[in-house]
Design a protein around this ligand. Structure first.
Ligand code: M6R
Length: 618
């Protein structure tokens, strides 16, 4: 949600910042802007739309300065206009600011500043924060400590009054060649390069220049110069920074010949699953191993109940995990929307272990739910993909997904790797309890075959593209499945909605007749997810109910399902597989169907309207 890049060094800053912004566009893409310090003032270009719209503007400015910052916006306060785009410059011209987050008490700050004669050009909370920094900057005498300059002090003083969330980068007119950056609730990463320093809201924006990074923590302020940096806290305490190494390179975040990141990430799934399971099975091949849980097997065995919290696609992965843990480990599991859990103050069982799932590790609702569970004294483990994310750092332990950067806004490879980790958890917990050695071995073998089964499912791509071409005229669709395939139906509907803008709903197949069946007509097709297990005949009955009402049926079936002749208008066959792997394999056709439908409709697949990859505001 909003992308931030700052650069200071020997090179011209504009090109580096624009390049970084392109890599961050998935975080927000309704407007973009850049500010460069040159010729004794802030040269600013801002434009509604994508980074591509900003490029001609930047060309007009002939930016040559070596210190600057840029922003891609996902609007919160104020509409999508050039004036509301960041960076904002204070009315006295002394401070420039970019911001990710929401300043909740901006109205009272604005009133205070208006009384002091400051003026505003935009409707944003950010411009208010910018002017409040300018107010403190104007009042503050210069200090003799180069790290504790008037610039740093004025940012710190301002942030002490700021309620809400922020990741900010600030430039000050009297401190050229310096950036001050601070965070509370919005991610920021410092890049420590050779004679240059960078800051960004995601590693993707800086990894082409350096793989040495510092993950800034909430309540910290960093002061960057080309060759040095220092970090302090909001209370002026010193921080000893830890420099980490990023383990992936820029090539991992490039299209490599695919039309879209979503397409690339769908086809990367066999490899992603291999990476997510690598080194995570016991030597005797009967259970899973996880290095970072920070909980002994004995302690784990002591929990009577597990609670999973997440949002969106990650919640669907939790729902499958619930099914698998209850099925294979016989321990009660509950899932909840992180955003609801956080506020509904549900009575909790004492002996419960919490899990939060989040690809980005920055989703504010999930982070808030995790903090709430911790506040109540519960241990929380995180399953997430982005190394060093806030959720990963604040959790008591966890499991990284290890699938590399996911750039497409619609989550694909992160989802199937969450399903895999959920299945491995079911195995791990099951083997601590009633699951036999031979059942464990059978499940490990099945999980190891998952990448190949996904490869087989991907071979249906051309067939699914053909189906997609025949279904783009519909405005509503249902996705139906049972047991572990019900969350996949939810996920199929979410994927279709978010990238094609076709209205879709997911339901347990039998639930369809309790209301949604009213939607069924020739104009509303249904996608059924069917396996050959105990539910087969019941799902076939649901299909017949749809056909009786002239609804079209797209059936995603495992190989051995024998559907009555003529029941399905379209058939997509997936390989037969173990129950723990079935949700992973069944996901592939629904991802491909939504992807190809969106492409047919000429949608902006990687950057669907109104969405952002990681939602860091409530
Ligand atoms: O980064 P997270 O996994 O916490 O994100 C959660 C949701 O915002 C995310 O899954 C969202 O639903 C995606 N757009 C799904 O494609």
């Amino acid at each position: 949600m909003c992308g931030i890049v700052g650069y200071i060094g020997k090179q011209k800053a504009a090109g580096i910042i624009l390049e970084g912004l392109k890599r961050l566009e998935y975080r927000g893409y309704d407007s973009t802007g850049i500010a460069i310090w040159q010729d004794g003032h802030f040269a600013v270009a801002k434009k509604v739309g994508r980074v591509a719209n900003l490029e001609p503007e930047t060309a007009k400015h002939r930016f040559v300065g070596t210190c600057g910052m840029g922003h891609t916006r996902w609007a919160t306060h104020g509409g999508v206009t050039d004036a509301n785009a960041h960076p904002h410059v204070s009315s006295d011209g002394q401070i420039a600011l970019i911001h990710n987050g929401v300043i909740e008490n901006y109205s009272s700050m604005k009133k205070f500043l208006l009384d002091k004669g400051y003026t505003f050009k935009s409707e944003t909370d950010t411009e208010v924060l910018c002017n409040l920094i300018a107010y403190h900057y104007a009042k503050e005498p210069e200090s003799t400590d180069p790290d504790e300059s008037r610039f740093v002090i004025s940012v710190r003083k301002t942030l002490r009054h700021a309620e809400g969330t922020y990741g900010i980068v600030v430039m000050a007119a009297d401190h050229p060649g310096e950036l001050v950056t601070a965070r509370k609730g919005s991610p920021l990463i410092l890049g420590i390069g050779d004679g240059e320093s960078l800051v960004a809201s995601d590693v993707a924006a800086i990894v082409s220049r350096t793989q040495s990074v510092v993950y800034l923590k909430d309540g910290e302020i960093a002061h960057l110069k080309a060759n040095t940096f220092s970090i302090t806290t909001l209370t002026a305490g010193d921080v000893s920074p830890v420099i980490d190494k990023v383990t992936w390179s820029i090539a991992d975040a490039e299209l490599n010949g695919y039309a879209h990141f979503m397409e690339k990430e769908i086809f990367e799934q066999p490899l992603a699953l291999e990476n997510a399971m690598r080194g995570r099975f016991s030597e005797d091949g009967s259970t899973a191993l996880f290095g970072g849980l920070n909980i002994s097997a004995n302690e784990f065995r002591g929990y009577d109940r597990f609670m999973f919290l997440a949002c969106g696609t990650a919640l669907h992965a939790c729902m499958v995990t619930e099914h698998l843990i209850e099925r294979f480990a016989r321990v009660p599991v509950e899932c909840d929307y992180a955003s609801e859990f956080r506020y509904r103050n549900m009575p909790l069982f004492r002996n419960t272990l919490f899990f939060v799932m989040s690809q980005s590790g920055e989703t504010i609702d999930t982070l808030g739910a995790m903090r709430e569970a911790k506040r109540k004294g519960y241990k929380v483990l995180a399953i997430n993909n982005v190394v060093g994310s806030t959720i990963a750092r604040e959790a008591d332990g966890g499991i990284y997904q290890h699938v590399g950067p996911e750039v497409g806004v619609a989550s694909t490879k992160a989802f199937t790797s969450q399903l895999l980790i959920g299945a491995m958890l079911a195995l791990y917990i099951g083997r601590m309890r009633d699951m036999s050695f031979s059942e464990g071995v059978e499940m490990v073998q099945a999980l190891k075959r998952a990448p190949d089964l996904v490869r087989v499912a991907l071979q249906q791509a051309d067939h699914i593209r053909g189906i997609a071409q025949r279904y783009t005229q519909y405005r509503d669709m249902l996705f139906l499945g049972r047991l572990s395939l019900f969350p996949i139906a939810l996920e199929g509907a979410l994927k279709l909605k978010e990238i094609s803008y076709i209205h879709a709903e997911g339901y347990p197949a039998a639930e369809m007749k309790h209301g949604p069946i009213a939607l069924i007509s020739e104009q509303c097709p249904s996608v059924f997810l069917v396996s050959s297990g105990e539910m087969f005949n019941k799902v076939v009955s649901s299909m017949q109910e749809i056909k009786a009402r002239k609804g079209k049926v797209i059936a995603v079936c495992t190989e051995s399902c024998k559907l009555p002749e003529g029941l399905a208008d379209e058939l997509i066959v997936i390989p037969e597989c173990h129950e723990a792997v079935l949700p992973i394999v069944a996901t592939i056709p629904v991802q491909l169907l939504s992807y190809y439908m969106a492409v047919e409709l000429h949608r902006d697949v990687d950057k669907p309207r109104n969405l952002a990859k990681s939602v860091t505001v409530e």
